[in-house]
Write a protein that binds this ligand. Structure first.
Ligand code: ARG
Length: 267
């Protein structure tokens, strides 16, 4: 955890210095330390959690390394702020809890900055905007919201799509079986093997599956989801720092580069 360790290091250098010389010099030593960025390696780790089941934002390659838009962005943020990056893979529905209990410093996981989540965590400015899509097997005759009647619809647990599907059940005059799984990759497998008929998911991610797995889909006409943003424990001082990095990344064209690298086939 970046914060606690820094505070601890501050105390350590003061007491060390106090032992060796007077209080005035001690203050100087501490300042010099901070200025020179002389912190131990341990202190520089930025602990980030993600749910690596969401290509092209986050997944694992065949070597088991984390790859994707969010992973590049996490590396960029850590670099800019001078931290080493440590990524932990978690289930999506556990990410908010990990922030609330301050087990990690940040979450980058294609997470939409909803008002509901803002009650429990802080968000950066948005770095990507997407919509929602209903993904089906090729040749499926499910092409509209009405066609969802009587089908099995899969969503990932804890996502805005789970909430959205719930709302469709309650507010639209529609009846379908809702299956919430804790892994987005598993949803695709279930769709391909026919155990579920439709996957309701993020449009940028669904588009990738349509292109790569020959699936089909139709955009959800009803939603307007908030953009994806980096999430933090409430009150984290990293929010402003990350916002500054994101503004710079927008300005310099780095965000556009990431869109091009990971999402360009979609346009
Ligand atoms: N954007 C959606 C949400 O915030 C889905 C994100 C899912 N991310 C993931 N890494 N599986 O709820």
């Amino acid at each position: 955890m970046f914060k606690n360790k820094l505070v601890f290091a501050g105390f350590a250098s003061v007491s060390l210095a106090l032992g060796a010389c007077g209080a005035e010099e001690a203050a100087e030593v501490e300042e010099a330390d901070a200025g020179a960025g002389e912190v131990t390696e341990e202190m520089e780790v930025l602990e980030v959690a993600t749910s690596a089941d969401f290509p092209p934002f986050e997944s694992r390659n065949t070597e088991g390394d984390f790859v994707g838009f969010d992973i590049d962005l996490a590396n960029y943020i850590a670099d800019e702020l001078g931290y080493d990056l440590e990524i932990t893979d978690m289930k999506f529905d556990g990410l908010i809890g990990a922030l609330q209990s301050e087990r990690v410093d940040m979450v980058i996981s294609g997470m939409s900055a909803t008002d509901e989540r803002k009650e429990n965590v802080d968000f950066s400015t948005a770095y990507h905007h997407s919509g929602e899509m209903f993904l089906t097997q090729a040749g499926s005759d499910i092409d509209t919201l009405e066609d969802l009647e009587g089908t099995v619809v899969g969503v990932q647990l804890g996502t805005i799509q789970e909430d959205g599907a719930q709302k469709l059940l309650e507010e639209e005059d529609l009846n379908f079986e809702l299956k919430a799984l804790d892994n987005a990759g598993l949803l695709i497998q279930e769709l391909m093997s026919g155990r579920i008929d439709v996957v309701y998911m993020d449009e940028s991610v669904a588009t990738g599956y349509i292109e790569e797995q020959g699936l089909e889909g139709f955009a959800d006409p009803t939603t307007s989801s908030p953009g994806m943003a980096v999430a933090f424990p409430k009150g984290s001082e990293l929010v402003d720092e990350v916002n500054a990095v994101l503004a710079e990344a927008e300005e310099s064209g780095y965000l556009a580069e990431l869109e091009e690298k990971w999402l360009s086939e979609e346009e």
